[in-house]
Design a protein around this ligand. Sequence first.
Ligand code: GRF
Length: 203
Amino acid sequence: KRIAVLASGRGSNFQAILDALARGEINGACVALITDNEDAYAIERAKAAGVPAVVVNFRNYPTKAAFEADLLAAMHAADADLFVCAGYMRIIGSEIIRAFAGKMINIHPALLPAFPGLHGQRQALEYGVKIAGCTVHFVDEGLDSGPIIVQKAVPVLDDDDEEALDERILAQEHIAFPEAVALFCADRLVVSGRHVKILPETP
Ligand code: GRF
């Protein structure tokens, strides 16, 4: 499958997917990085991997609508089967979500439906939960609300600060995301309503 990645910053999840592709664990190819931020370190990662980077720089647009029109065009141009939001930090408008329904996935650093929105890790720490984690899900029109594909849990330790918990969750993100992308690319995900069934591997 043709995979396009949307990322706004560091891009460590993007890298985890590139690495899994290089190891042959995903039946696909990364055809584009699309970013809203010209300073995103993800661009360097794309260059190193020979993936074309498309910058739709949010700061150059007078309105979100104008920005999203170009983002939509960039996504169409990528002609991807799967759009992976890997630390893409903007809420995506409904027009784009509808255009790519069932083809967009996102990672969130919390065990959804707990702690949607920004700083899932901080919210977990502040709430006092003993188990935290990450969730890969299909993108729908709500905030971090689409059907769940993969979740990984980690313990919250008594003396965790945000950085320590972030790091523990991020390590699991780097496992969960390539896993979800591989399942999608192997046509092993069947979505029905809220539920995502994972088909067994075919030999
Ligand atoms: C991750 O924690 C992801 O869950 C969140 O933003 C962070 C992105 O990290 N939405 P990176 O850019 O993939 O390194």
